[in-house]
Design a binder for this molecule. Structure first.
Ligand SMILES: *Cc1c(COP(=O)(O)O)cnc(C)c1O
Length: 387
C-alpha cells in the first residue's frame, strides 16, 4: 500500500520478471555481446514500426545516434541545421561538434513543436538539414514539415526519442526523413538501460552507418575461428567507432516491446484522467487535443499556467513529494551555441509550462493525489489573493 507522502516520479521504467528471465537466458548462453538476440530485437522493432528490417540499426544511445546522423549526412563547417530551440541538448551538440551551425527556430506555444512556418523562416542558402523532435510524443505536422524540406531540397533528421509509438496518418514517427532516431534510456517508455535505434531511408546510407557503428570493419571479425585460414585478419574502410547495443540490453528490449502497447494505453488513460480533472480550471491549460490523424506516445503530460504561477506550482508540488519539471530548456539562450535571437513563443512556453508525472505505473490513486494537489494550489492562491 502506497502512503500519501511517497515520492511520485516524473518518469519511471516498468521492468519486471520477464526482462530478468530474458537476461538470465543471455547469461546462460555465454554470448552477451551483439549477436542473435540483438538481431531479433531489430527485426521486432522494425516490424512494430512497419519499416524495412534492413533500414534499422541499433545504437548504444540516441545521443550517439544524433552524432552519427550529422556525420553520415556529411554536415560540417559552412553548413546550417535548423532545429527547434525546445530540443534535446545532444542534438545541438552533435551539430555544433561537426563544425556546422545549429540555427534555432521557434515553436508553437501550445504543442511546443516546430511548425512549417517557424522552420521555413530560419532556412537560408546554407541550410542543409532540419532536425526536429516530437514534443512529449505529440507528432509534428509532418505533411507541412515534409513539404518544406522537399521544397528546399534538404535533409530531415527526425529525433523520435519521445515518440516511440507515434504515428502520423498511420506512418511511424521516425520514418519520415533521411534519418530517424529512438532512445531506450532509463527515462523513456521502452527502457533497455541505455540503447537506441537508427533508421536510414536509403540502403547505401544504412550500409555506411553499419560500418561506422563497428570500427569501420569491412569484414565481420568475430574472433572465432570459423574461417579456414587467417581468421584474425580484417580491413578498415572508415574511422568508425563501436556503438551498437548488446544481447543483454536487446533481450530487455524484446520483452519491453511486447509490453509497449499496454504501456501506451495506460498512459493515454492517465492523460485523459488529468484532462478531466483539470477541465474546469480557468488558470491552467491542458495539452491541446490531438488531431484525429495522429497517435501520440503520451510521453509527457504538460500544463500551461498563467504568468508567475509555474515556479510556485512546481515548488508546491515538490513540497508534496510530487516531481514535476520543464522539458526542454530553450537552447538559443545557452551561451556556447552563440545565438542572440528572440524566439517569443518558446520563451513564453518555457516560463509557463510544467510537465507532471507521467508513467504507466501511476495508479488511479496516484493520479488523484496529483490532481488534488494541483487543484489545491489554485484554491490556496485564490485565498491569498483575497486576503
Ligand atoms: C532522451 C532523449 C534523447 C537522448 O537519448 P539517449 O539515449 O539518452 O542519448 C534524445 N532526444 C530526445 C527527444 C530525448 O527525449
Amino acid at each position: 500500500m502506497k502512503t500519501d507522502d511517497e515520492i511520485l516520479n516524473l518518469f519511471q521504467p516498468s521492468l519486471g520478471a520477464e526482462e530478468l528471465d530474458a537476461v538470465r537466458l543471455v547469461f546462460e548462453s555465454n554470448s552477451v555481446g551483439r549477436g542473435s538476440v540483438t538481431e531479433r530485437f531489430v527485426a521486432g522493432f522494425a516490424e512494430y514500426l512497419g519499416a524495412d528490417r534492413a533500414s534499422m540499426r541499433t545504437v548504444n544511445s540516441c545521443t550517439e545516434g544524433l552524432f552519427q546522423a550529422v556525420e553520415l549526412l556529411g554536415l560540417g563547417p559552412g553548413d546550417e541545421v535548423v532545429l527547434p530551440t525546445i530540443s534535446f541538448v545532444g542534438a545541438a551538440n552533435a551539430i555544433a561538434a561537426s563544425g556546422a551551425r545549429p540555427v534555432f527556430c521557434d515553436v508553437d506555444y501550445r504543442t511546443l513543436n516546430p511548425t512549417a512556418a517557424t522552420i521555413d523562416e530560419k532556412i537560408t542558402s546554407d541550410t542543409r538539414a532540419v532536425l526536429l523532435l516530437h514534443y512529449g510524443g505529440f507528432p509534428c505536422d509532418m505533411d507541412e514539415v515534409c513539404d518544406v524540406v522537399a521544397r528546399r531540397g534538404i535533409d530531415l533528421i527526425e529525433d523520435s526519442a519521445a515518440s516511440v509509438a507515434g504515428r502520423y496518418r498511420g506512418k511511424a514517427c521516425g520514418t519520415f526523413g533521411s534519418i530517424g532516431l529512438w532512445s531506450f534510456d532509463a527515462k523513456k517508455i521502452l527502457v533497455t538501460g541505455d540503447g537506441g535505434m537508427i533508421y536510414c531511408n536509403s540502403e547505401e546510407m544504412s550500409e555506411r552507418l553499419g560500418k561506422r557503428l563497428h570500427l569501420g570493419l569491412t569484414r565481420r571479425n568475430d574472433f572465432s575461428n570459423r574461417d579456414a585460414t587467417n581468421w584474425w585478419e580484417f580491413d578498415v574502410c572508415t574511422f568508425g567507432r563501436r556503438a551498437s547495443m548488446n544481447d543483454i540490453s536487446s533481450a530487455i528490449g524484446i520483452e519491453q516491446l511486447k509490453k509497449l502497447p499496454g504501456f501506451v494505453r495506460r498512459r493515454q488513460q492517465i492523460h485523459r484522467q488529468y484532462d478531466e480533472a483539470f477541465g474546469d480550471l480557468d488558470w491552467l491549460e491542458v495539452p491541446p487535443p490531438l488531431p484525429t490523424h495522429v497517435q501520440s506516445s503520451y510521453y509527457f503530460y504538460w500544463i500551461q499556467v498563467g504568468e508567475g504561477l509555474r515556479d510556485p506550482l512546481a515548488n508546491y508540488l515538490r513540497s508534496q513529494n510530487i516531481v514535476s519539471s520543464f522539458r526542454y530548456q530553450p537552447l538559443h539562450r545557452i551561451g556556447i551555441y552563440g545565438q542572440s535571437t528572440r524566439l517569443r513563443n518558446a520563451e513564453a512556453a518555457a516560463a509557463s509550462t510544467l510537465c507532471l508525472p507521467m508513467h504507466q505505473s501511476l495508479s488511479d490513486q496516484d493520479v488523484e493525489r496529483i490532481t488534488a494537489c494541483v487543484r489545491n494550489f489554485g484554491v490556496e492562491r485564490r485565498r491569498l489573493q483575497r486576503a
